[in-house]
Design a protein around this ligand. Sequence first.
Ligand code: G3P
Ligand code: CA
Length: 279
Amino acid sequence: MVRKLMLFVPLMAIAATTPRIAVHGHRGARAVLPENTMPAFEHAIEAGADFLELDLAVTKDDVLVVSHDPVLNPAICRSPGGATVIRELTLAELRRWDCGSIRNAEFPKQRPVPGTRIPTLDEVLSLAPRGSFQFNIETKISPDKPQYTPSPERFAELLLAGIRKRRLEDRVMVQSFDYRTLQAMKRLAPGIRLSALFGEDARDFAAIARNAGTDMVSPHQRLVTPEKVAAAHAGGLTVHAWTANKPEEWDRLISAGVDGIITDDPAELVRHLRQRGLR
Ligand code: G3P
Ligand code: CA
């Protein structure tokens, strides 16, 4: 009880002084709806998320689609048969997969939406007029698996064209574990916000951002400390931590001073921040 009170008092002090902490709906709202689907993104918008976080893959006919896995995952998507590597499927072929019927066993609250298809990036970006939220777009690409994606340069070109088509340059950030697409994007369009994603790197955040050439960092939540965040802020960086789903994790990140929290349950995080006077 005393410990809880001690945490609550500093959080109230933070409430008076901190800018709004951005809520990112991770893969839309994976805790409650099938990940990276239109129903999940619509839920995140209704919940008041500041960012829709989504993952990108590229089809055989060069269409950007929203999927965490470059190889379709039978644990969450129902197959019509045939190839499973997205880069080997045309959009029309990919659309035959049902990625809404199977509940992800990791998320007991998740409600299936049978028949849901993998959306294109353009479909997700078409939600923009529904609010002033932003898009946190992750390029899923890896130097180990060049056969799963176009080159980093081509990936960045396709993404930039998609963003420009909807005139959303000011409402997107692009993040990646593979900094090659970030660097390519920077060359093509220096105004697009970029964030270095990492899960293992113990260096200070500024060193990682310098290496990636970004003004934002997206560390795994366990790497976040108040000292690292303060040093990042002193260097002009913003910090968006992933993927925190528990109240105690949210409180730790709030106390550390992060700028954004990436969560599978944006509605719950919004409620949590409201309870603490943080929105
Ligand atoms: O937004 C950060 C987070 O999405 C990175 O991990 O694997 O869920 O894409 P992953
Ligand atoms: Ca992601």
